[in-house]
Design a protein around this ligand. Sequence first.
Ligand code: UD1
Ligand code: CA
Length: 474
Amino acid sequence: MPSIAQPDAVHIRLMTAPLNVVILAAGKGTRMKSDLPKVLHPLAGKPLLAHVLAAADSLSPERICVVYGHGGEALPQAIGRPDLAWAKQEPQLGTGHAVQQAVPHLNPDALCLILYGDVPLTRPETLQEMTLIAREGVIALLTVRLANPAGYGRIVRNARGQVERIVEHKDASPEELAIDEVNTGILCLPAGKLAGWLSRLTNQNAQGEYYLTDVIGMAAAEGEKVIPCHPAAEWEVLGINSRQQLAELERTHQRNIADALMVRGVTLIDPARIDVRGSLECGKDVLIDVNCVFEGRVVLGDGVKVGANCVLKNVTIAEGGDIRPFCHLEGASIGARAQIGPYSRLRPGTELAEETHIGNFVEIKNSQVGFNSKINHLSYVGDATVGRKVNIGAGTITCNYDGANKFRTVIEDNAFIGSDTQLVAPVTVGEGATLGAGTTLTKDAPAGQLTMSRARQLSLPGWQRPTKSGKGKG
Ligand code: UD1
Ligand code: CA
């Protein structure tokens, strides 16, 4: 009995069909007024398209095809993902024409989800729900009601409330313009059927374009069910066309991140003044003051405080770390209960042990600093290994670079480095050694001794300051 068996077979095939994702990204983005392709503009430090790709990846699709065109090869090059299929659309004749370019890359037996490179914040949960609905053998269409639907395609429903077609703003009658349910453009449907409908599109409309939206009317006319899905929040479906919209969505996104941090127990002095451009993991009772920027992967342990106006990139701070205002920390790992700043700069390769103190105008690069050592003022420590309980005085400089090569400085436990000292690497300061202030150290300083290189101080009794001779004017 094929008439009964067949729908079941189709249904079962869809339930287990692979997922293919098409991302439209060929548009010009004229209003950005930029040389950079629109979808490469960053949101939270990451290109718009990378956000969409991350959402797509989270659905474990069999294939992802990006339709590109405007901006040329700059886009695939910048994204640099050989696992993606790239379909060039040239010229750009509309959204339906764009998806047609992807068809040769699609598995006809797959379920196809259509996304947009300039709509960056759709939650994976929303997309997952759409794919589950489409697996029931219907078309899942993401729609939203807007207070101001101007410019969008409107969702036209029949007398029974079923979706019948989509009419573009420029083609709509006055009655249709009054509809406030709009098309987000995101939809999920079987790839094989999509290809059939796309092949029958025409451009007989106000814009002379091949509209993807016409597929909905064709499907409904053939008796297919179109099921509208809705995002949990409007920002999920907002697209970027201008720098104002990009800036607004950035604020929305950052506010969402701030809310999530607070829900997890982080104190933010002002949730409107934090920027996370990567991942920020926080322990319990972390406090973050205003105007801090977090980039890459940042991990803050229990009780860490970050003072105002700090920039942290790829940094790990263990419990109780106290980062005072105006610090720039990158590629550093900071031990428990360390005190950093104000005005400290830690560069990549800095490893500070527990209870270290790093003060104002101190720069550290590619160095290990041991337990409870202190570098409190105006110093440069680079390519150095500093032991435990070392005290480095103000104005100390490791001269690690001879113009061609870099050398290490080793300062052993309990050493005391007097102020205004230069350590010309390679050089070692032994355990418990003291360097007199102003020393230029060019040879190793023995453990336990005082070493200094400055000239002996002398005073001349009876010396007179010169006086003016009185002739003429000086
Ligand atoms: C489209 C929808 C509209 C919906 C709106 C949501 C159509 C016909 N209309 O309208 O119903 O309310 O999105 O924002 O689909 N693109 C290409 N190649 C093209 C044309 C567009 O890749 O030839 C890409 C653009 O880069 C953009 C997206 O498709 O990311 C949407 O294109 P756009 O021209 O902005 O469509 P709208 O007119 O806004
Ligand atoms: Ca648009």
